[in-house]
Design a protein around this ligand. Structure first.
Ligand code: ZN
Length: 343
C-alpha cells in the first residue's frame, strides 16, 4: 500500500479530485495488546477497499474506536474514496525557491542588467534581469559563478536560458537544472553572471567587454534601485572628460544624457562631504581660469560650514601660481582636482 493519498480534510494538496467513489472502511477487532498496530491495520484495510473501487485517494478520513465489550475494541477507519489527478499548476509551481542570490557584476555592453539568480529545491536555477530601454531579450548563454562565504566559486560554463518572460519590468528566464555537487546548495552568498551571448530581435550578439564588479554595498544598492530603477550599479561619478551613469556606462562629459539608458547627467552623487566637493568641482568647471577658481573657493569658504580640504586649496593655489607664469592652467587644474576628489 502507500500509493493511496489520504487526508482528514476535503482536498488533496496539489491534486484535483475528478471522481468521488463512495465510502470506504476498514475494521479491526482488537482483543488484546497493540492499539496502534490495530489502527494501522484498519487503515490498510480501508486503503485496500479504496483501491478495489479504483480510487487513488481518500478524503475525510477518520478513525473511530469503540469498546465493544470488556477487552474488545473495534477500530474503524473510514473516508470517501476519490480519484484525483495532479493539478498542472501545482506541479509547475511546486519546486520551492530556496535562495535568490544577488548578482555582483555588470557589463555596460549589455542592453540589460542581471539582478538575481534563484536556486530552486530541484537544483534548477532561474535568472532575473532588468531590461534597459525595453529591450526584448529572448535567449541568453552565460557563465555562472556561485560564490560562497569564503569567496570560493563553483563555475558552470555556457548555460543556456530560453523562454524569457517579462513581468512588470523584470525578466524571468525559464529554470535550468544544474548538476551541483552534493550538499553545496545552501552555501552560496552571491553569484556572478557573465553573459557570453544573447538574442535580441532574432539576432545573436556576443559579449566582448570585461565584466566589472558592483562596488556599492548591498543596502545602498537596494536603496538606489528603488529610487532610480532596477538597473542601477553605480553612483554618478564625474571624471575629467567623462561621467559615469547610474547604469555604469561612461559617457562623454559633454553628453547631457546617458547613451545607454537615457538617464540625465548628474542624477545621483555620493552625499556627505564628497557632495559639497563635487558641487565645488562642477562650479569650477564653469569658470575660465584658475584665478577665477581660486577666488570662487575663497568666497565659498567664507559662508560654508563644510570647508574645502587643505589639499584641494593647496592644489588650486599652486596652479594659480603656475598660471601667472605660464598662462591659463584651468584644464590641468580641473584634471588634478578630479583625481584628488575622486581618489
Ligand atoms: Zn545610463
Amino acid at each position: 500500500m502507500g500509493s493511496i493519498l489520504m487526508t482528514p480534510g476535503v482536498d488533496l494538496k496539489g491534486y484535483h479530485i475528478i471522481e468521488y467513489l463512495g465510502c470506504c472502511t476498514g475494521e479491526v477487532l482488537l482483543t488484546e495488546g497493540d492499539l496502534s498496530g490495530a489502527t494501522k491495520a484498519a487503515i490498510e484495510r480501508m486503503e485496500e477497499e479504496a483501491a478495489r473501487v479504483g480510487a487513488n485517494g481518500v478524503i475525510g478520513m477518520n478513525i473511530q474506536y469503540s469498546n465493544f465489550r470488556e477487552n474488545m475494541t473495534f477500530v474503524v477507519a473510514n473516508g470517501t474514496a476519490v480519484r484525483a489527478e495532479p493539478s498542472r499548476q501545482e506541479a509547475e509551481a511546486s519546486p520551492e525557491i530556496l535562495y535568490a542570490l544577488p548578482v555582483t557584476n555588470y557589463n555596460t555592453e549589455l542592453p540589460f542588467q542581471m539582478l538575481k539568480v534563484r536556486i530552486r529545491s530541484d537544483s534548477a536555477v532561474q535568472l532575473l534581469f532588468a531590461p534597459i530601454k525595453n529591450s526584448q531579450i529572448t535567449a541568453l548563454s552565460v557563465h555562472l559563478y556561485f560564490v560562497n562565504l569564503f569567496g570560493e566559486t563553483i563555475l558552470f560554463k555556457q548555460v543556456p536560458f530560453l523562454e524569457i518572460k517579462n513581468t512588470a519590468g523584470v525578466c524571468y528566464t525559464e529554470a535550468c537544472k544544474l548538476d551541483f555537487p552534493y550538499g553545496v546548495l545552501g552555501q552560496f552568498t552571491s553569484a556572478v553572471v557573465s553573459v557570453r551571448k544573447y538574442v535580441r530581435n532574432g539576432l545573436v550578439y556576443s559579449c566582448k567587454k570585461e565584466d566589472k564588479d558592483i562596488s556599492l554595498d548591498s543596502t545602498r544598492l537596494q536603496e538606489l534601485r528603488i529610487q532610480y530603477g532596477q538597473d542601477v550599479v553605480s553612483g554618478y561619478v564625474a571624471g575629467v572628460s567623462t561621467w559615469t551613469c547610474l547604469c555604469g556606462k561612461e559617457n562623454a562629459y559633454s553628453a547631457a544624457v546617458c547613451a545607454r539608458c537615457g538617464r540625465e547627467k548628474g542624477l545621483f552623487q555620493e552625499e556627505v562631504k564628497e557632495n559639497s566637493l563635487q558641487t565645488v568641482l562642477e562650479q569650477a568647471r564653469k569658470l575660465n581660469s584658475v584665478k577665477e577658481i581660486w577666488n570662487y573657493m575663497l568666497e565659498y569658504q567664507k559662508g560654508n560650514g563644510n570647508p574645502i580640504p587643505n589639499s584641494v586649496l593647496t592644489l588650486v593655489r599652486d596652479s594659480a601660481a603656475l598660471e601667472r607664469l605660464y598662462g591659463n592652467q584651468k584644464e590641468d587644474c580641473i584634471r588634478k582636482l578630479v583625481e584628488l576628489i575622486n581618489k
